[in-house]
Design a protein around this ligand. Structure first.
Ligand code: SAM
Length: 242
């Protein structure tokens, strides 16, 4: 079963349900994986979990799959959101893929004062999240939010969700000890290439739900910082424990 191709299907999955695959998925199964009618595939989504399915018709432009049985329930990761300033092209692709692999529950792009990207391709972000979930056997795809201004998001922030703010200028307090003092739900905030402005930093530090953490003495690029921070948060607060 491990080698059976896995595909994300947004529509409802259920026993005996039939799905028409889109052109890209049909091309992948037919031309890349060289599957034939009757061959098995695995389909999954966030609501219905993962299903074993079989190829029905395999034509040039159309392909159908029929679900047989459920293989796994949907498995959402711990309630950790990833809040980040969108980066340019390849770096944003990387960040979305890694955040998905590392088990971010929601992806929330935010515009900060020094964010240099002013338009985000949401479909591309979603496609990257889906691809990472397909490859990494996740029975879940993180929800991708429309970007919004950081101050707007903070103004409606729920008091019970800890916001873990990665600040390269923090005073070096013990990161692991600080994280151990928190509980889920939580969110992680990483800034843009140029960092946060002094006003944004001061504003963030004043908020009662914010915990400031350091990721060590080296200033990392935003995509590295996001990946490293998600790993450490997942290890302390998330599901890196059996
Ligand atoms: N332009 C800033 C500077 O030179 O001081 C660096 C910004 S850094 C490239 C982008 C983001 O990554 C920061 O806003 C912060 O959230 C995060 N970051 C990078 N290194 C970090 C560290 N050592 N500790 C905490 N956060 C870090």
């Amino acid at each position: 079963m491990k080698d059976t191709p896995r595909l994300y299907v947004a529509e409802k999955l259920a026993e005996r349900a039939e799905h028409q695959l889109g052109q890209d998925q049909a091309h992948y199964l037919r031309d890349v994986m060289r599957l034939k009618p009757g061959d098995p595939v695995r389909l999954f989504n966030t609501q219905d979990g993962e299903y074993l399915a079989y190829l029905g018709t395999v034509a040039r432009k159309a392909m159908s799959v029929i679900c047989e049985k459920q293989l796994a329930e949907a498995a959402p990761p711990p309630d950790i959101d990833f809040v980040f300033a969108p980066l340019k092209h390849a770096r944003l692709d990387y960040l979305v893929q890694k955040a998905t692999e590392l088990g971010a529950r929601r992806l929330r792009p935010v515009y900060t004062a020094r964010t240099i990207v002013d338009r985000v391709n949401l479909d591309r972000m979603k496609a990257n999240a889906v691809e990472a979930a397909e490859q990494c056997n996740l029975v879940y795809v993180p929800e991708v939010f429309e970007p919004e201004k950081l101050d707007r998001l903070l103004a409606k922030w729920p008091a019970d969700r800890a916001l873990i703010y990665c600040d390269e200028r923090s005073d070096g307090a013990d990161t692991i000890a600080l994280l151990k003092g928190l509980k889920l739900p939580a969110a992680l905030l990483v800034g843009p290439e140029g960092g946060f402005t002094p006003e944004e930093r001061e504003g963030l530090k004043r908020l009662p739900f914010v915990t400031v953490i350091s990721l060590g003495p080296r200033i990392m690029r935003a995509d590295t910082a996001g990946t490293a921070a998600l790993a450490v948060v997942q290890a302390v607060l998330g599901d890196w424990h059996s």
